[in-house]
Design a protein around this ligand. Structure first.
Ligand code: TXA
Ligand code: MG
Length: 329
């Protein structure tokens, strides 16, 4: 585990340039990085994550000028979004340059590009002097990591360095926005609220979760899942839940917890009730989502029951992750 001193970042940057794997913090979740132009290094990412090759990776840059090395053209909407919302938790799908290996994009003619806001991530990418391909640093399909300890526990023996930059500020992955078509389409709700995107480019489309043919594995129906069975109910619905065995409840705010505690007969159903944000703050809920799920998943529960959050701002991203983590009934 490396600290965030200049020397450590320098060492890790050099390792990246030499084709090795480095896990690093971003403002959303921890990433597992490799030189985006080095096919062999990128292949090691898939191996470490046991990730199917059809899942394309996000390329991370730390200066706008680096986009030219990755992207063949910039639609006007992309330019406006880059100017207004980068660096930040927004990934843009753009036409790719031939130099970007097919392994990075799963053979797609497009590439996912992101300029993270986290200064450790930026320093690392600058130290490497390269665009860095990085998925979230978790085994495929499992909960994403929001601390260096999560990464160490899940992938510790498979990466060359883990940089510990503390807990991630936002806590859910970036919003993925396809800007190659006539109107921008949100492929994955995430850390950049749709509302902020619409302020820049007007109305966007939000891809239907039940879409039959996923083009983005973030759209696969099961993803971001704990090992423990998770059931998702509407907001306020936990009072009517019928859990089995030792069960935990994940509620949105103090009001939900209060309502559950006073629901007729219900309190005895849940061994533990965890609150995402006492005051009902969507940002705080997102920031705590994965770490709370990691904890509950190692708490020896038979079931986790969660309620939906309000479907706005970062609530959309949290609901999306909870939906994908949940049992489909
Ligand atoms: O916040 C984040 O985005 C984090 C940090 C590390 O930057 N990364 C992340 O990467 O979440 P990953 O690999 O777990 O998710 C990338 C998402 C996937 O849903 C993938 O299918 C989609 O981006 N994606 C990548 N390239 C794409 C492309 N060319 N077209 C459509 N979707 C693409
Ligand atoms: Mg992921």
């Amino acid at each position: 585990m490396l600290d965030v001193s200049e020397a450590s970042i320098g060492r890790a940057g050099k390792a990246l340039a030499e084709g090795r794997l480095v896990a690093f913090p971003t403002e959303t979740v921890y990433g597992l990085g490799a030189n985006a132009f080095d096919e062999k290094a990128v292949a090691r990412i898939f191996e470490a994550k046991a990730r199917p090759n059809f899942d394309p990776l996000i390329v991370h840059i730390a200066e706008l000028s680096q986009a030219d090395r990755v992207v063949s053209s910039l639609p006007p909407a992309a330019r406006a979004l880059m100017e207004r919302l980068w660096p930040g938790p927004l990934t843009l799908i753009l036409p790719k340059r031939d130099e970007v290996p097919d392994l990075v994009t799963s053979g797609l003619p497009t590439v996912a590009l992101r300029f993270p806001a986290n200064s450790v991530a930026q320093d690392l990418i600058r130290a490497a002097g390269l665009p860095i391909a990085a998925p979230s640093a978790n085994p495929f399909g499992y909960l994403s990591p929001t601390t260096a300890d999560h990464v160490a526990a899940m992938l510790g023996d498979k990466v060359d360095f883990i940089i510990d930059g503390g807990p991630c500020r936002i806590g859910v992955e970036s919003t993925v926005l396809d800007v190659t078509g006539e109107r921008p389409v949100v492929l994955r709700p995430g850390g950049m609220p749709v509302e902020s995107i619409e302020e820049v480019v007007g109305k966007v489309e939000i891809l239907d979760r039940s879409e039959a043919k996923p083009t983005s594995p973030g759209q696969l129906p099961s993803h971001y899942a704990p090992h423990t069975k998770l059931y998702l109910v509407p907001s306020g619905g936990l009072a009517y839940a019928k859990p089995h065995g030792k069960a935990a409840a994940l509620v949105y705010d103090a009001a939900s917890k209060e309502a559950l505690a006073h629901a007729h007969g219900a309190p005895s159903h849940f061994r533990t009730i965890r609150v995402l944000s006492e005051s009902g703050d969507l940002l705080e809920s997102a920031a705590r989502l994965f770490s709370t799920l990691h904890e509950l998943d190692s708490g020896g529960f038979d079931e986790i029951w969660a309620e939906r959050l309000p479907e706005l701002g970062l609530g959309r991203a949290v609901n999306d992750r909870l939906f994908k983590a949940s049992e489909k009934r």
